[in-house]
Design a binder for this molecule. Structure first.
Ligand SMILES: *[C@@H]1O[C@H](CO)[C@@H](O)[C@H](O)[C@H]1NC(C)=O
Ligand SMILES: *[C@@H]1O[C@H](CO)[C@@H](O)[C@H](O)[C@H]1NC(C)=O
Length: 257
């Protein structure tokens, strides 16, 4: 899958202590440098204000601002299972943080668990983008990989099919009881600008990279610009199951292809 152009960084092992408004990651495209005082930059600010205002009520906004070479395209989306309040908090953080982290780029993206936001001076609506990915995986391994991978595969197939049913708006989630004490939880979310086929395609790429970064891991997250895929052995999606044992040690890998 990955060519010699792949650049990979193993960034850190984290437990907890990250601030609430810290994103899971961001991508500032260094080939899209802009001057901070320019028209394009002003248009980005206008667009971000609009996204901050409009996204929480619907969970999704894809819109443009400006004309000709100063036109900006932007998309903001919350995960389909999060509340309006959580969506609002996430989007407010995202609109602030993305400009601090990518102050001089026309193409910028920021990932959180509850939301995703990106903008660019080039149109990207409806296009599958898996060129840049962030992977988080649990550093612990499952004890019975064969049985686990079979259950994981079945659950992923199920929720991937769910995500492309139009009324689900790109969201699929479910759980699988592995034993009286162990339950597997999984969620997939495509950006809502994608067609069913494009959504399927993004999820297929994400799942096909499980063996590369998440083989036999107790948990894994794949963050792309077009879809989000996650599984854990603890509840993480809403409505939240009781007995939230919470995350353990997680490592992060960023991949450019
Ligand atoms: C999990 O498996 C990987 C790959 O086989 C190994 O490198 C790693 O050390 C294992 N993790 C633990 C916590 O045993
Ligand atoms: C949650 O944990 C309690 C005690 O640890 C247990 O009695 C209960 O069955 C658990 N519930 C679920 C849904 O696993």
């Amino acid at each position: 899958m990955y060519s010699s152009y792949t650049i990979m960084f193993l960034l850190f092992i984290c437990t907890w202590g990250a601030k609430a408004d810290d994103p899971l990651g961001q991508f500032c495209n260094e080939n899209s440098k802009i001057s901070s005082g320019g028209k394009l930059s002003a248009n980005i600010d206008k667009l971000l204000a609009e996204l901050a205002l409009k996204t929480p009520s619907t969970g999704f906004v894809a819109t443009t601002y400006g004309k000709d070479q100063d036109k900006v395209y932007a998309l903001a989306q919350c995960r389909g299972d999060v509340s309006t309040q959580d969506c609002n908090n996430c989007i407010q953080d995202a609109t602030k943080q993305i400009r601090q982290r990518c102050p001089n780029q026309a193409d910028a993206r920021i990932w959180y668990d509850y939301c995703f936001l990106r903008y660019s001076d080039k149109s990207f609506f409806g296009e599958v983008d898996t060129s840049f990915g962030i992977f988080y995986f649990n550093v612990e391994n499952v004890t019975d990989p064969e049985a686990f991978n079979k259950e994981l595969g079945a659950l992923m197939d199920h929720i991937r099919a769910q995500a492309v049913v139009p009324r689900e708006k790109g969201l699929g989630k479910g759980k699988s009881v592995l034993s009286p004490f162990v339950t597997l939880y999984a969620l997939v979310q495509c950006t809502r600008d994608l067609s069913d086929i494009s959504c399927s395609q993004c999820l297929a790429v994400a799942v096909s990279n499980f063996p590369k970064f998440c083989s036999n891991r107790k948990g894994c997250r794949v963050l792309y610009s077009s879809c989000y895929v996650r599984y854990e052995l603890y509840p993480f999606f809403f409505p939240l199951d009781s007995n939230n044992s919470g995350p353990s040690n997680t490592a992060k890998v960023m991949v450019y292809t």
